[in-house]
Design a protein around this ligand. Structure first.
Ligand code: TAP
Length: 482
């Protein structure tokens, strides 16, 4: 199909000042590592080195936890909710003021299209701080139990798919409830967290309230294992989540785990097809499919399956894959070589197991990590591409005949994070929402996020909720509990 030619419309990267190297943000200032090493953060779109970043040692994590403890005992744990709220408001406002810087840096470091970092990640990150600023002085009235109190020092480990947004999901509720924080961004996307450290300085947040330690899995493990961490909040893979659960078993540490997903996006024959096609595209090709709640399994009613597949392929032919900083780009770079290898391996398995592979045939840049938007039809439930999280721009299409069959297939997964239902019948939406074992069920839409709305999983998608009142509950202990 003929495509319109768009002139390049690149966002300027001059708006952001990337330093050649970064230390660790501990006790309100950047410091050198004690015994740690360094690694490079690269742009996945060009493989260009963006900056050198510190790989924090256990001694560094120990310093960060000690700083968080001092800040908790000395200032933050005693501060009134109204005063804490003022800091959160300030952070939210500064994030808004520096939104372009954050959007450009996120797209450079992560590979996601600037349209998404500019219109989704950064505004939602600010919204989380605004929302939680409002709760800080109202916790006694939030229905969390008698006299809610903070846990103390919270250790947080986040993934690379929404670096700034996941940081905000973690830090905003922790601070609103009076906890102090030691957070580790993902190894491949540390730069917006380090820029966020500047925001904390600008907001005059007391030293030690938030500490940012960069590094790989071992640094995350050092946070998990640290004896003076009271609570852990982790977002990442189910495999690492299980390891964390095992590490803290038998300790006093509380934990929330936000893990993987394999969501069903279910399209009935009475659905508004044009909107459903957009919802399917948004569901799996948003953020290159690096989304835990991505609609990676399309369940389409048999009577309309052929039509939906045809229209979907036509639509995918118009997606622009390429430069993340170009405002016309729909699908950016795959975040890392390792992730590209995993997607390549799983899609090869899909073909080997007999599913029919199709991609949009677009040209890919010569350098960097890229994967064409891909659809598998003729997928059966036992195929690996129907069971395992691919975490890339790959859709597996299955069919069903009846609502009961749709529910059975949708729930036939170890995960349970999200689902989508497309139908014109309100009663069917309610029935489906009741039957689906998923933390979030979207109706006639997909991938909509809001800080007021709790997000989290069933089964191997983890436990605990983030966002809304439910998210606050994970960061407090009540007078009833000891
Ligand atoms: P992971 O490999 O699990 O990494 C997540 C974070 O944990 C990273 O910061 C990672 O460090 C760190 N980590 C690795 N090993 C660790 C250990 N032994 N102890 C403590 N921390 C450790 O996942 P990922 O590949 O970054 O992210 C993709 C996965 O996250 C997908 O499965 C996706 O579904 C899930 N995810 C879930 C959600 C929600 S809300 N449920 C949201 C986003 C992503 P390194 O960066 O150095 O590896």
């Amino acid at each position: 199909m003929a495509k319109f030619d768009y002139a390049p419309a690149p966002e300027s990267r001059a708006v952001v000042d990337i330093k050649p190297s970064y230390g660790l943000f501990i006790n309100g200032e950047f410091t050198d590592s004690e015994g740690g090493s360094a690694f490079k953060s690269i742009s996945p779109a060009t493989e260009e080195v963006l900056a050198e970043v510190t790989d924090a040692s256990p001694a560094d994590v120990d310093r960060a936890v000690a700083a968080a403890r001092r800040a908790y005992n000395g200032v933050w744990g005693r501060m009134s909710g109204a005063d804490r709220g003022k800091y959160l408001f300030r952070i939210a406002r500064i994030l808004q003021e520096r939104a372009r810087e954050f959007a450009v840096l996120e797209s450079l470091d992560n590979g996601k299209p600037i349209r998404e970092s500019r219109d989704v990640d950064v505004p939602l990150a600010a919204a989380h701080f605004f929302y939680h600023a409002g709760w800080a002085d109202k916790l006694d009235y939030a229905g969390l139990g008698t006299a809610p109190r903070p846990h103390g020092v919270v250790g947080q480990v986040i993934p690379w798919n929404f670096p700034l947004l996941m940081l905000s999901w973690k830090i905003a509720p922790a601070l609103a409830t009076g906890n102090t924080v030691v957070i580790k961004p993902a190894e491949t996307t540390p730069l917006t967290a380090l820029l966020f450290a500047e925001v904390l300085q600008q907001a005059d947040l007391p030293p030690g309230v938030v500490n940012i330690v960069t590094g790989a899995g071992a640094t995350g493990q050092a946070i998990v294992d640290h004896p003076d961490v009271d609570k852990l909040a982790f977002t990442g893979s189910t495999g690492v989540g299980k390891m964390i659960a095992r590490s803290i078993a038998g300790t006093r540490k509380k934990a929330t785990l936000e893990l993987g997903g394999k969501a069903a996006n279910i399209v009935f024959d009475d659905a508004p097809i044009d909107q459903a096609i957009e919802g399917i595209v948004n569901g799996i090709f948003f953020n290159q499919g690096h989304v835990c709640c991505a609609g990676s399994r399309l369940l389409v009613q048999e009577s309309i399956a052929e039509e939906v597949e045809q229209r979907l392929k036509r639509r995918l032919g118009t997606l622009r894959v390429g430069d993340p900083l170009d405002k016309n780009t729909d699908v950016g770079a795959i975040n890392s070589k390792a992730q590209l290898n995993r997607i390549t391996e799983l899609t090869a398995a899909g073909e080997a197991e007999g599913a029919e592979r199709w991609d949009n045939g677009c040209e890919l840049p010569a350098k960097g990590f890229w994967f064409r938007p891909t659809v598998f039809t003729g997928v059966s439930q036992t195929h690996r591409i129907a069971q395992e999280e691919i975490f890339g721009p790959v859709l597996s299409v299955l069919t069903f005949r009846t609502p009961h069959e749709a529910v059975a297939k949708a729930n036939n997964t170890p995960y349970g994070l999200s689902a989508g239902v497309w139908t014109e019948k309100g009663s069917r939406i309610l029935w489906m929402a009741d039957q689906l074992r998923a933390g979030v069920v979207w109706a006639n839409t997909f991938n909509k996020f809001d800080p007021t709305s709790p997000f989290g999983g069933y089964k191997e998608s983890g436990y605990g909720r983030e966002g809304g009142r439910h998210g606050l509950a994970a960061y407090v202990t009540t007078g009833d509990a000891k």
